[in-house]
Design a protein around this ligand. Sequence first.
Ligand SMILES: [Ca+2]
Ligand SMILES: [Ca+2]
Length: 321
Amino acid sequence: MVNLVQALGIVALLYCTSVAGDKVFRFDYTSSRNIDGWWKLHNIPVTWNMARLRCLAEGAILLSPLNKNYVKTMKMIMATSNGSIQRGIYSGVHATYSKGVYSSIEGVPLSRIPVSWAPGEPDNYDNNESCLLFFPNGTMADVNCNEVRPYICYKKRNYDVVRSDCGTTDSQYHLESRTGSCYKFHTIGQTWHQAYMTCAAEGGYLAIINNDIEAQALKELAAKYPETREIAKFTNFTDPVAVGYYDWNKDRTWFTIHGESLSEAGYRIWSENQPDNAKIENMGQHCGGMLRSSLLDDVWCEDLTYQFICEKSPESLIPEA
Ligand SMILES: [Ca+2]
Ligand SMILES: [Ca+2]
């Protein structure tokens, strides 16, 4: 016989287990036993590759209908949403490595996935379709990967995953005691706009320098990583890293990505002769950069890639109490 105290203990234990399991990933993901993990619906349509990158930056992958439980879950998520979702969402099943050879992001081959095709599909229309779309009724079709569609990101449950001091499972974020923020230095360059997306998906933002102390902290952080020397080919300066300010109106007035002027933000020390709006093929510099000296330098927004620094509050991904 289980007495009342024991019963309450069991209930409390089950509750704690489920809460810990449910909340360990991030606030914007929903736990699901059916798919043994967490999911997040992105209802703003993007290309398949952008969807893939966004999930990756969130620490997840594109959800695929790997078995009947996944199919059921995807249908359930779509049934409670409207708009463009009703016209189909991207799955993680793709043939972008080799035309016609489909597998899910995690490598499950198409032959192992319980696909029921929509009428007339798959047709590889114009020999230009390598991504699989999932419809609300559970059928699928191959489509051009450049079409824009909503999608679902998925994180498989992993009990080893722990949130750090920085409130993330991403171990590359480190808490800086002098500012109370966490920072991650991205060594693989992206364009300023891509870098903005990556930081946002990680739960942060392109770093905003608010005072000399933060500038010093970022200078020390950047000093730990070698320069790529990519931009040095075009300028006399050491490689800038992308940070969070922007010439919004392209009229040389600079705002942080949180809408303040640089003076309001608290740091506006430009490198000598910067911002210079240097031109490559008529393309000026409207995006924010920081030299290794921590002095500011305007950089190109498109085409060229920069290493970049994301800043994150330790609370940003934690559910509100
Ligand atoms: Ca098709
Ligand atoms: Ca410049």
